[in-house]
Design a protein around this ligand. Structure first.
Ligand code: NDP
Length: 256
């Protein structure tokens, strides 16, 4: 009985940015719970490796090479997932990037790139997947925010705006799609060891030590820390949970 609440067999999940980092951690969790997975990203080599990893877990997995800032490409991606995997039950809007500059140095095209990748892509993917999520009968959308959904940082100009926006976008969709039995939630990762933060650690001096000192758990997060929350928010276990933004941060956001 308990395990059926977390059972994802027969379900299909799209994970944008599922070919590495936090996205791959979540995709692995969903695959271990039985879901078939569409990995969406631009880098074909990374996607092929992720698909091989996921298939080893006994599920179907496909790579759909897509730039999530390209609406036509996203439409083709959604069509291919429905065509090849038959349905869409779960959409994880995880693809993201950052350009680290203070507000007075960031250029408009840089601002647009970050907003398009982190926020507008979630709108486009969700809008285009909505008919299939509704048809699922118990659709789930999981948006990836950040500690920058709550806090600010001098170098996180467009990034913080995008991640604050994604929480409000999550709340709007949760209201709009509750009648369709689609739950929409956000995960707010703390500081996690991935390619993204390897770049940040090179650019922002002292960041590594500051995160360790500021995180009650006393460590950086690992991509495996996202498997459980992804399964919870993708499964019937979370059917009365919608519009929330759940920190997965080792206590970073509650440190006094
Ligand atoms: P990674 O750089 O490891 O992963 C980012 C993923 O996004 C890659 O798989 C990349 O795939 C994909 N991606 C980026 N741009 C595009 C695009 N235009 N179209 C399609 N895919 C794209 O970083 P993380 O795993 O750390 O980040 C994942 C998410 O978690 C992001 O939204 C990030 O903001 C968020 N986050 C991360 C934190 C951390 O500490 N690491 C903290 C808080 C939030 P490809 O290169 O193939 O396109």
């Amino acid at each position: 009985m308990t395990s059926s609440r977390f059972d994802l067999r027969g379900k299909v999940a799209i994970v944008t940015g599922g070919n590495g980092g936090i996205g791959l951690g979540m995709a692995r969790g969903l695959a271990d719970a039985g879901a078939d997975i569409a990995v969406v990203g631009r880098n074909e080599t990374k996607s092929a490796a992720a698909v091989a990893d996921l298939k080893q877990r006994g599920v179907k997995a496909i790579a759909v090479t897509t730039d999530v800032t390209d609406k036509a490409a996203v439409a083709a991606m959604v069509e291919r997932v429905v065509g090849e995997l038959g349905r869409i039950d779960v959409l994880i809007n995880n693809a993201g990037m950052s350009i680290r500059k203070p507000p007075h140095e960031l250029e408009l095209d840089e601002w647009n790139k970050v907003i398009d990748t982190n926020l507008t892509s979630a709108f486009v993917c969700s809008k285009l997947a909505y008919p299939a999520l509704k048809a699922s009968g118990n659709g789930k959308v999981i948006n990836i925010g950040s500690m920058m959904s709550i806090f600010g940082a001098s170098f996180a100009t467009a990034y913080a705006a995008s991640k604050g926006g994604i929480v409000q976008y999550t709340r709007a969709c949760a209201n709009a799609w509750a009648p369709d039995n689609i739950q929409v939630n956000a995960i707010l990762p703390g500081w996690i060891d991935t390619d993204l933060t390897r770049g940040a650690r090179q650019q922002v001096s002292g960041l590594h030590e500051r995160v360790l000192a500021r995180t009650p758990a006393g460590r950086w997060g690992d991509i495996d820390d996202f498997a459980g929350i992804a399964v919870f928010l993708a499964s019937p276990a979370s059917n009365f949970v919608t519009g929330t933004a759940i920190p997965v941060d080792g206590g970073f956001s509650v440190m006094a």
